[in-house]
Design a protein. Structure first.
Length: 565
């Protein structure tokens, strides 16, 4: 690497330290190693890219859950609801003569890094990440209708249909099943119609007009003084009578361990809908629900001895105690969306004009490298034979050059130009992922790229797939470097696998989820989707490989090479 490139790469790493989770990545990362390519030959190869809808997807135990209602100007409306199990923080709590519950509240912190401190008070200022639309200070955030209910659906760990040999899978389409099993659909547990920080104000901000706020939550004593300040998040005062009965009147043995407890209290169901007055636009959050918890505050004696002695000794008083239920059990996310990929009959011969990538219950791109023309092959002696062999002729010729000198591949990229007109003002995903669709794994360039960034979502920035923006602050293109993948096709006769293209929430995860309804291309069935594509609710529209697309925007394989003397 020459000095100029080294300095440029170091600059990029420094610049990346200045960007945070949801801030624009801009052009940083789009041209990490530079695009000079001095002294190199350049050529392009056709690809065939077409659309495939994923349909409903496996959504149990995702690392990030979506909750809310969002209306994309391009991809339509999505209502994301979820169910989560609860787990005891401490097994087998003991009750002696508990008073009525003083308070019970739920808190799920947002992805909200501290960005500054208030002048004078020194209190932290937070920025909420992972909200759609993005949270803006001093701008009234859209609202949703949020309901929290007791779930009666038992989430199984293993699938009885496989004789308990495989994990039980749950899908984005199963909302009706879980709703049908609610213990009491008329009892909404978040029935407190007061403002969290100002209890004397009626505003329905905990339910019918729920709003995601960047303000820290101040838990107050009965006197009104602040007892505790916690980070911004979903904060709901829950129905005390329900928990009084559910916890203090529970049958014997249900608190022994989390297995018995999860069967007794099967979890909470969070339902998101459009709020009155916000039917056109709500807000959707991405949450790590495992960081959430329910805290139950009550008074009771410290132990059995204190309880026994209190009968004759009135000086023995009850003390404040708490039970914590963590939201660390299994989860299932549900997507109620009106999104339908308009390309219902993909052109698998020359490709589609537009490729729609949409996360969640969405769609993806399927890419075959090279023009599919297959009329020739080379036999074991290297002689040309006019017989198809299932390998594109362009690849055959690269493997068997007429002069016997194979190209030295310096760089190979797939460049995906964004249809700005079609995307209009829609929020764009920061990153896309190209992967080996046939084998459900990343391409070799993913594994070989060890580049890291301060914000880990931008790791592997040489391999790329990061949104590159133009002077209008809208996305121009994504570029994915597949140099090693392309080299192996030529020099190692690697299989020319079919590639998948999806949006991704986090490049560092290679986990996958099942499609509820697999799709078939030719004789091969495809039944997986990258988990980080399921997590990301965003979408983008790319120009495809169809000849009707202008050459300057058409999807192609871009190759820089050196031809041996």
């Amino acid at each position: 690497m020459n000095l100029r490139k080294l300095v440029y790469s170091l600059f990029v790493v420094f610049a990346m330290a200045l960007v945070s989770c949801d801030k624009d990545f801009s052009n940083v990362g789009g041209e990490i190693v530079g695009d000079e390519h001095f002294g190199l030959n350049k050529t392009t190869f056709d690809v065939v890219a077409f659309n495939k809808s994923t349909g409903d997807v496996q959504t149990n135990d995702l690392p990030i859950n979506s909750l809310g209602y969002y209306n994309s100007p391009v991809f339509g409306k999505t209502k994301a609801s979820l169910v989560t199990q609860l787990q005891l923080e401490n097994n087998n709590p003991k009750f002696f003569a508990p008073d009525l519950i003083d308070s019970v509240y739920l808190h799920i912190p947002y992805f909200a890094p501290v960005t500054d401190v208030e002048a004078g008070t020194g209190e932290p200022i937070y920025r909420i990440d992972s909200l759609l639309p993005q949270y803006k200070k001093d701008v009234v955030s859209p609202k949703i209708k949020l309901g929290v209910y007791e779930s009666g659906y038992f989430i199984q760990d293993f699938d009885p249909a496989t004789n308990l040999q495989q994990a039980q899978r749950y899908y984005s389409s199963q909302q009706a099943q879980f709703e049908g099993a609610l213990v009491n659909s008329s009892l909404r547990l978040n029935d407190d119609n007061t403002n969290v920080n100002t209890p004397t104000t009626t505003d329905y901000s905990q339910n019918d007009q729920f709003v995601f706020s960047a303000q820290p939550i101040k838990i107050k004593k009965p006197s009104g003084t602040v007892k505790e300040t916690i980070a911004p998040g979903i904060f709901l005062n829950l129905n005390k009578s329900f928990f009084q009965n559910k916890i203090f009147n529970a049958p014997a043995g249900v608190f022994l361990n989390n297995n018995t407890f999860k069967n007794y209290f099967r979890g909470l169901y969070f339902k998101a809908e459009a709020a009155v007055g916000a039917e056109n636009q709500g807000v959707l959050a991405r949450l790590n629900t495992a960081r959430g918890k329910i805290t139950i505050i009550y008074k009771d004696y410290t132990n059995q001895t204190a309880y026994d002695n209190s009968v004759n000794d009135p000086s023995i008083k009850k003390v404040s105690k708490k039970i914590v239920l963590n939201l660390t059990g299994r989860t299932v996310n549900f997507f109620d969306t009106d999104y339908i990929n308009p390309v219902t009959t993909p052109n698998m011969v020359v490709g589609d004009e537009r490729i729609q990538l949409k996360g969640g219950k969405g769609s993806m791109g399927v890419i075959d490298l090279f023009n599919p023309t297959d009329n020739i092959q080379y036999n074991s002696s290297g002689a040309l034979v006019n017989t198809p062999n299932g390998i594109p002729d362009e690849l055959d010729q690269l493997r068997n050059p007429s002069d016997g000198k194979k190209w030295l591949i310096n760089e190979a990229n797939l460049v995906f130009y964004i249809d700005k007109t079609a995307m209009a003002t829609a929020v764009e995903p920061n990153r896309i992922l190209l992967y080996d669709l046939d084998n459900n794994r990343p391409v070799i360039d993913y594994y070989n790229d060890l580049s890291t960034a301060v914000e880990t979502k931008y790791n592997k920035f040489i391999h790329g797939g990061i949104l590159v923006k133009g002077s209008d602050s809208r996305g121009d293109y994504y570029k994915v470097r597949i140099t090693n993948h392309f080299r192996n096709l030529i020099t190692k006769d690697s299989t020319n696998v079919r590639l998948g293209l999806v949006v991704t929430e986090n490049i560092n995860s290679v986990n996958r989820g099942y499609l509820q309804t697999p799709f078939t291309i030719g004789t091969k069935q495809y039944k997986f989707s990258p988990a980080m594509a399921i997590v990301n609710p965003l979408g983008t529209i790319l120009f495809g490989s169809n000849p009707n697309v202008p050459d300057s925007k058409r999807m192609k394989l871009q190759v820089y090479y050196t031809k041996p003397d």
